[in-house]
Design a protein. Sequence first.
Length: 132
Amino acid sequence: MPLRFGAGLKGKVFDGFLSGTPTVMSPIAGEGIVVDNAWTCADPDSFAQAAVELYSDPDLWRTRQSAERVLCRNRFDSKHWMPGLNETIQQALENRAVNRERNFIGRMLRHHHHRSTEFMSRWIEAKNKPLK
């Protein structure tokens, strides 16, 4: 059954990799996982066709299983990223003020967190009401 959306989509992709179930995914699901949108399908027809081909062809199934294992080993094995993790965290801590300043979406969300613009619009509306 296709998993179209929902929390943990990337987790679902990795669960498929982990269980040896070859995965057909949308470009969003493959973002940050597959290179050059390999194994992704942008529209429902190509998605369905790729899933049927994968399910119907045992050789393609085994080839994809193997390729997904290699992908996980080469890109996501902890031995690749663990040595630099402490340094990455330390740099993030040291540069957090600059990083926060550059994070436009985060700043925007913090600005709207307390509904400031809603209350400003209410104040303007009340200010412009004629006195009785």
